[in-house]
Write a protein that binds this ligand. Sequence first.
Ligand SMILES: Nc1ncnc2c1ncn2[C@@H]1O[C@H](COP(=O)(O)OP(=O)(O)OP(=O)(O)O)[C@@H](O)[C@H]1O
Ligand SMILES: [Mg+2]
Length: 320
Amino acid sequence: MIQLKQVSKRYGDIVALDHIDLTVQDGECVVLIGPSGCGKSTLLRSINRLIDTDQGDILVNGQNISTYKAEDLRRQLGYCIQGVGLFPHLSVFDNIAIVPQLLKWDKVKIKDRINTLMDLTGLPLSYLSKKPHELSGGEAQRVGVCRALAADPSILLMDEPFGAVDPMTREQIQLAFRKIQRELKKTVLFVTHDMEEAILLADRIAIMYKGKILSLETPGGLINGKHDPFVNEFIGADYPLRLLKRYTLADLKVINVDSKSQLNQVSYLNEFSTAKEILSEILKSGSQEIMIQKTDKTKVIVSYEALIELLQKVLNNEIV
Ligand SMILES: Nc1ncnc2c1ncn2[C@@H]1O[C@H](COP(=O)(O)OP(=O)(O)OP(=O)(O)O)[C@@H](O)[C@H]1O
Ligand SMILES: [Mg+2]
């Protein structure tokens, strides 16, 4: 668990953090989003003591960070730095191995762990001997993600970790990250500029502005328009449409049909397709419903009404 109590930080006249209260529960993923300069990185950096705050208390797993030994804090926190921050003179392997080596893991365990992480982030093992300057921006970011996960910390601080990754790889990594976060119950504070990334990954979204958290809500909760005017403007009028990316066919009411039926079938959609993709296909089809074949070859019909119903359930907090 991470707790910030009335945390403030100034740089001269700039108030980077203004009396921040925030708790990230065990196993929860809170996504921080807000305009450039609103204090997101400052907030993350204050948690792992890269910067000292002026006021307030920060607790990691119930203990004030000022009382931790540096090594004990490092063991619990994985940190993915904005702009990657790999050590240029070290190979990819040695960059990822930094914390496990500091913690004196044995060589075989480090190698196994690194192989698993390279696979998870879609990087070839042949890259382990490369130096950071031989990587593309997106590849370097993925190495940064491997490094943050390396020692299997219970808490992850991720500062725009997928910003330079191309959209297709990015979506794969987002889904892989969501899977590990949920399976391994990592406690995550994740910074992004991308609202759809926030919608996909967050249990709660914190919207920051000028050093303050203006709103802290579930992605579904944000749909209720009872916010500060800045928050309404920030999430945008198309927020309900973007929110559909969080849900899949499994969240929609469907009608099972005969597997021989050919009616309006959209061949590339399946049970992993998002509600947003399904809506796009319904709009494109010009009809009220489409048929989708799941990977087990069974077929279902999903209608426009099912999407309306889904959003109503989200509005009524029946689904998160
Ligand atoms: N070391 C520093 N010295 C002086 N001012 C700083 C320092 N670090 C950050 N700031 C200022 O504090 C404010 C918050 O910066 P921060 O890096 O937290 O923003 P951010 O929300 O992460 O922005 P971005 O989305 O661009 O990464 C900014 O106005 C920034 O200029
Ligand atoms: Mg930043």
